[in-house]
Design a protein around this ligand. Structure first.
Ligand SMILES: *Cc1c(COP(=O)(O)O)cnc(C)c1O
Length: 355
């Protein structure tokens, strides 16, 4: 039976990306050696990093004056590296979920934190609007896609201070105006690569401004100045990211990804809104195109385990919702086909007919 992978992260990747990475793990560039057993300083590995950076710049249309680096530690390590490198006195945070809250918590170790708005009052089911950004803060931190709650901020906001965005789960899903950001970062395992690498796109002029001492490995300047080669980078995940970026480019780039994401989401949300059993959890104008969250209506709540078992028996993988939301979550990252979403919809309709 065909399986459809709706896992929230680590998550679906195009089959050919996995195959190309697996092949390089067996024999890198016909060298007879595995990608796992060569030096990151080998002359044929440097082009992998260079090409990955070049494709980041090309696909996201990154202007001059920004660096792209690859780090370890996940998006979670960035939560402390950001205030370490950028918070002199005060930082602003938009609280839209668990990840945003974790980022904010780390910043409080370094200085004053202003929470510009929060959707915690309604279990993060919406993206706050019309919040005021303090012009005297060093930066504003946002989370563009809230993987757990299925909400997404899809516009590049105007801000008087640098915007730092966690785009772990929606990077490369749409065109972005990078010039409106001071930094964009994320773990790779949602929409870019396998787990193990973190990407950072940072505006060079923002670096080196805080007065505190920064430990070498936690200083962005270290990694920018060495082109991600200060220490051994996660070579296999970077290689995998490169294969995926090539795939995205071959599909038509981020414009094509955005079109497909819209198509998938339109189909699935229409079914959630139509089906008598289900209801979406996110407010309509905040709905994510990447993580689509829904629950059974109150009168059908006792069918939850049954629907999950039914969907699983039909090949749906990873549709169980996060414990903070309950119900179901269909993560529809770049590699998810429209066919996969249609298969899930067929499941929902068959289950409805039986009840
Ligand atoms: C998964 C996720 C994280 C955490 O990523 P790690 O790489 O596991 O640290 C942070 N932010 C968002 C939006 C996420 O989806």
């Amino acid at each position: 039976m065909k399986k459809y992978n709706f896992n929230a992260g680590p998550s679906i990747l195009p089959r050919e990306v996995i195959e190309a990475t697996a092949q390089a793990c067996l024999d890198f560039n016909g060298s007879g050696l595995s990608l796992m057993e060569i030096s990151h300083r080998a002359k044929d590995f440097q082009p992998v990093v260079d090409e990955t950076v070049a494709l980041f710049k090309e696909l996201l249309n990154i202007p001059e004056g920004y660096s792209v680096i690859f780090l370890g530690g996940g998006a979670s390590l960035e939560f402390c590296m950001i205030p370490y490198n950028f918070l002199e006195k005060k930082a602003a945070y938009l609280n839209t979920g668990v990840w945003a809250t974790k980022a904010e918590k780390e910043a409080k170790l370094f200085g004053e934190v202003v929470e510009v708005a929060s959707s915690k009052d309604k279990n993060f089911t919406y993206i706050p609007k019309n919040f005021e950004i303090p012009a005297d803060a060093d930066y504003l931190h946002i989370t563009t896609n809230n993987t757990i709650y299925g909400t997404e901020l899809r516009e590049d906001i105007d801000s008087p201070i640098p915007v730092i965005a966690d785009m772990s789960s929606d990077i490369f899903s749409r065109p972005i105006d990078v010039s409106k950001y001071g930094m964009i970062y994320g773990g790779a395992q949602k929409n870019l690569s396998m787990a193990g690498v973190t990407f950072v796109i940072v505006k060079d002029e923002l670096l080196g401004k805080v007065s505190r001492q920064i430990p070498t490995m936690l200083n962005y300047q270290t990694h920018v100045s060495k082109g991600s080669m200060f220490n051994t980078p996660p070579v296999v995940p970077i290689y995998c990211a490169l294969q995926n970026l090539k795939w995205i480019k071959a599909q038509g780039g981020v414009e094509a990804m955005a079109k497909r994401a819209q198509e998938r989401a339109d189909l699935l949300y229409a079914e959630i809104d139509r089906n008598k059993l289900f209801v979406g959890t996110a407010e309509k104008d905040s709905r994510s195109l990447m993580n689509i969250t829904f629950v059974l209506k109150d009168e059908y709540k006792d069918l939850e385990a049954e629907f999950l078992a039914f969907a699983t028996s039909k090949g749906m993988v990873g549709v169980k919702g996060h414990r903070d939301v309950g119900g179901f979550r269909a993560s529809c990252y770049n590699a998810m086909s429209v066919e996969g979403v249609k298969a899930l919809i067929a499941c929902m309709q068959e289950f409805e007919a039986a009840h």
